[in-house]
Design a protein around this ligand. Structure first.
Ligand SMILES: [Zn+2]
Length: 327
């Protein structure tokens, strides 16, 4: 039986290419919730929110929100809210153990159900989610900025609903759109309340910008945030050009997740050094082993989505499997 420390020690270490912004100056906002700031245009329109640091070591979103706060955005309609979620975990970041500060007590992106939020449990993350909840309850369009354990192509996670896929197309980048129902061990914010209700006009996207500490992730996060603000109509493109990447927009590819690969121990190993978005041609190909158990691809042309062993443990999703959808 391996330990998580042993598993992590065997994985590739990534350099920290970006500076972690000092966000202490943003503690006192104007919303009554620490580290959450709102800018109201005074003109009727949607309430849109960009949230960073749902996971404490995912710095690309924090850099984006820090820069947008410094920029003093002036929305043309509606209201823009900018916030940092798991500040306690972010404060504990240590470059010598960069994977340890994803959260303090529990994964904050698995607590977004009324049962957990209204329940009797207590954790650093539940306390913070309960603080954020009244703000999030008033948001029409949410962008939740994340990054990935491994160096992989950036992704939009649209959730399972058609409205999420349409929203991803309106934002227009990154290239890969992951259509999924979330995780077996708890509800993500992007699926919370109206965001996950097909009858509601509310909508949310989660963007995985690339490897946590890469310069490219930082740039993807900022570009995605600008596209989101333009797509929701609260900002005009001209006001954001200085923050956006110059690259061409490419056609998006939609991948529907069909099932998770869930570990039951610390002994799971992948058959190859997957980085994500690999397409495995043959059904029945072994992609991971855990003791005697083999995980095989359930169909031809199976896409490996976000593989990583960095948070390995019983009940942890270490990858998801998906099919390319022809839209
Ligand atoms: Zn994350």
């Amino acid at each position: 039986m391996k330990t998580l420390e042993q598993v992590r020690a065997a994985l590739k270490q990534y350099p920290v290419e970006v500076a972690f912004p000092d966000i202490a100056k943003w503690q006192h906002g104007n919303t009554g919730v620490d580290y959450v700031h709102s800018i109201d245009s005074g003109v009727a329109g949607p309430h849109v929110m960009i949230l960073a640091l749902m996971h404490g070591n995912e710095v690309s979103g924090a850099i984006t929100v820090d820069r947008l706060l410094q920029a003093g955005l002036k929305p043309v309609k509606g209201r823009i809210t900018l916030g940092f979620a798991n500040v306690d975990a972010y404060r504990r970041f240590d470059a010598r153990d960069p994977d340890a500060t994803r959260y303090v007590d529990e994964d904050m992106n698995r607590v977004w159900s009324p049962a957990r939020l209204d329940g009797a449990d207590d954790s650093v993350e539940l306390r913070r989610a309960r603080q954020l909840r009244p703000v999030i309850d008033t948001v029409d369009y949410m962008l939740d900025l994340h990054s990935m354990h491994e160096e992989a192509v950036p992704l939009i996670v649209s959730g399972p609903l058609d409205k999420g896929i349409r929203f991803a197309a309106e934002v227009g980048a990154p290239e890969h759109v992951i259509v999924d129902v979330g995780h077996p061990n708890g509800v993500r914010m992007r699926d919370y309340g109206g965001f996950g209700d097909p009858a509601s006009a509310k909508n949310a996207l989660l963007i995985e910008t690339g490897q946590h500490f890469s310069a490219r992730s930082r740039d993807v996060a900022m570009d995605s945030a600008c596209r989101f603000l333009i797509a929701t109509g609260v900002m005009e493109r001209a006001a954001l050009m200085a923050f956006m990447s110059a690259g061409e927009t490419v056609a998006q590819r939609v991948i529907k997740v069909t099932e998770p690969v869930v570990a039951t121990s610390y002994d799971l190993e992948f058959a190859e050094d997957y980085r994500g978005m690999e397409i495995i041609a043959q059904a029945g190909t072994v992609i991971a082993r855990e003791g005697e158990r083999e995980f095989v691809t359930p169909y031809d042309n199976c896409v490996i989505v976000m593989p990583s062993l960095r948070q390995l443990g019983p009940g942890v999703t270490v990858a998801r499997l998906g099919q390319v959808v022809i839209c």
